[in-house]
Design a binder for this molecule. Structure first.
Ligand SMILES: Cc1cc2nc3c(=O)[nH]c(=O)nc-3n(C[C@H](O)[C@H](O)[C@H](O)COP(=O)(O)OP(=O)(O)OC[C@H]3O[C@@H](n4cnc5c(N)ncnc54)[C@H](O)[C@@H]3O)c2cc1C
Length: 509
């Protein structure tokens, strides 16, 4: 007969209603449950991480432990060389007959859990942190079948009943308002600032500790929510202050503001301080009470119920193949300016320095500045992935691999995203004010003043012309090549060779 049960909760599973905790309590009652939370040295040092990410996870775990204790649980929060050692030592010391855990969202930790379950009384519950872990909208889809976001997203909307009318049709008559979400941001539009959460004593002590560790960026100035209450305040603040314009200006960029109308909720969502459905329902409510228009709410819901879930679903479906994919034959080293942020390109320097400082950039800066540049320059996908993993506060293998290899670099040749997200300086100029403050000219294709995005864009089109022409979503862009005669093509190619030769690829500092 089972008498005492331990529950092992990972640092990115800090859910209010953790399934393993609920299961254990239902079986033996709260008094017989001990919760294990592990600060694993091996996991923290698996690679260099942004120091703000380390503060976020450690401080949130420590607050979570305190909240569980206050709710009457016994908690074993322990620092250990690695997860396996911690689990074995915990079981030996606490004499639990059984341990219950929820499967990890990431492949590496999940494999370790399965290995431990071979010789320990460890029971693994399915991961239900992501909604597609609760309901697979397209079960049994063969790995060879290409599934586009839209198919997945509509199936998720139908199943979870999101933004539907009584007949089950999409509100407003359309599933997707993407076309209404691409406006540049006029200077006259003011942007309410994102909330900041002043660190309490637990977080301050964690910041001091993390500053001594190897890592990227600076933990000082850390201002993210680390408790459920603060994460809900961040959600409420976003809904009240920024959601209504999220749709219109979702793709806009501005040199003096790295957040604009984005939510900055990914750090809290990815560690369980917020759950996807509570965020989605809050946005839906804002539409129903008239606080936000449909293009904003649908656009936001599409990010969470669509892209976020789709990425997780693809990670577990094709992720193993993604990490070795290199469909465009990209083999160059990552330029050193990704680590120090010193570049003549105003947009690149601003975004990289901001990421270094805060661990955050919004989606379009990640996609159309950072990964666009890497794809056009032919940087090895694994190097790009490592940089993103090291640099972002919300970075985890399950979300990074499909976003970098799939969406950002099209390294899978179009499994995750239907077209390569590449663009010249014209796009950056249209959607931001970066070019106005830059020494390069966004309107010329080559020569000393030409924006490197132009040189590399046209060089990429020339190098991959036949293949791009065959892609119905990209074909029209290649038609622009007809304006380049043989001499200009050669000039672009020469300029690209010279430009890339001048970018030193150095290891991280
Ligand atoms: C190259 C690249 C790397 C990325 N790396 C990460 C990462 O490490 N971690 C991460 O959470 N997201 C990543 N994203 C996705 C997206 O850029 C971030 O989720 C988003 O910028 C987070 O900021 P936000 O909370 O203000 O998002 P908002 O713009 O306010 O969007 C709301 C939420 O939607 C979700 N979301 C939107 N797009 C995506 C997407 N493509 N994939 C997954 N979730 C999405 C996020 O949870 C986000 O919080 C990456 C995208 C690209 C192109």
């Amino acid at each position: 007969m089972v008498t005492t049960v331990s529950v092992w909760i990972l640092g990115d599973q800090l859910l209010v209603r953790h399934p393993a905790l609920l299961a254990a309590e239902a079986r033996v009652g709260r008094a017989a449950v001990t919760v294990l939370l592990v600060e694993s040295e091996a996991r923290l040092a698996q690679q260099r991480y942004h120091r703000r990410k380390l503060v976020l996870i450690l401080s949130a775990m420590r607050h979570y432990a305190a909240a569980l204790r206050a709710a009457g649980y016994r908690v074993d929060l322990r620092r250990a060389p690695d997860f396996a050692t911690a689990v074995r030592e915990h079981l030996a010391e606490h004499g639990a007959d059984r341990m219950i855990a929820m499967a990890a969202a990431e492949r590496g930790t999940r494999a370790l859990q399965h290995a431990l379950a071979h010789d320990l009384p460890l029971e693994l519950l399915p991961n239900t942190q992501l909604l597609c872990g609760q309901h697979d909208p397209l079960p049994g889809t063969p790995i060879t079948r290409r599934v586009v976001l839209e198919t997945f997203y509509r199936a998720m909307r139908r199943h979870f009943g999101v933004l539907l009318d009584d007949a089950g049709a999409p509100l407003g008559g359309q599933w997707n308002y993407d076309a209404a979400n691409r406006r540049p941001l006029p200077r006259t539009v003011g942007v309410p600032p994102a909330q900041q959460f002043a660190p309490d004593s637990i977080t301050l002590a964690t910041i001091d500790e993390v500053q001594q560790r190897a890592g990227v960026g600076d933990a000082a100035g850390f201002d993210l929510p680390v408790t459920h209450d603060d994460a809900r305040r961040a959600l409420a603040g976003f809904i009240a202050g920024r959601l209504s314009r999220f749709g219109d200006y979702e793709d806009a960029m501005r040199a003096d503001d790295g957040v604009l109308f984005h939510s900055v909720l990914s750090p809290a969502l990815n560690i369980g301080l917020l759950e996807p459905l509570e965020v989605i329902r809050a946005a839906e409510r804002a539409y129903h009470v008239g606080d936000a228009p449909l293009n904003a709410v649908e656009g936001f819901v599409r990010q969470i119920l669509g892209w976020r879930e789709y990425m997780y679903w693809q990670y577990w479906r094709i992720g193993e193949h993604l990490v070795t994919a290199n469909a465009w034959g990209a083999h160059r080293s990552l330029p050193a300016f990704f680590w120090h942020g010193s570049s003549d390109m105003h947009c690149v320097a601003t975004v990289v320095q901001r990421v270094h400082q805060t661990g955050y950039a919004h989606h379009i800066e990640r996609l159309m500045i950072l990964s666009n540049l890497c794809m056009l320059a032919g940087i090895t996908p694994a190097h790009v992935n490592d940089w993103f993993l090291a640099s972002f506060v919300d970075a985890y293998d399950w979300v990074m691999v499909p976003n970098v290899f799939g969406m950002g670099l099209n390294a899978d040749g179009g499994g995750v995203a239907t077209k390569p997200y590449i663009a010249s300086a014209a796009y950056i100029d249209r959607m931001s004010d970066y070019c106005a403050g830059c020494r390069f000219n966004p309107r010329i294709r080559h020569g000393p003043d030409a924006c490197p995005f132009n040189v590399l864009y046209w060089n990429f089109l020339i190098a991959h012309e036949a293949r791009l022409r065959a892609n119905p979503r990209f074909g029209p862009a290649v038609l622009g090549l007809r304006h380049l005669d043989v001499a200009e093509r050669a000039a672009v190619q020469q300029a690209a060779i010279a430009l890339l030769a001048g970018w030193s690829g150095e290891p991280p500092p």
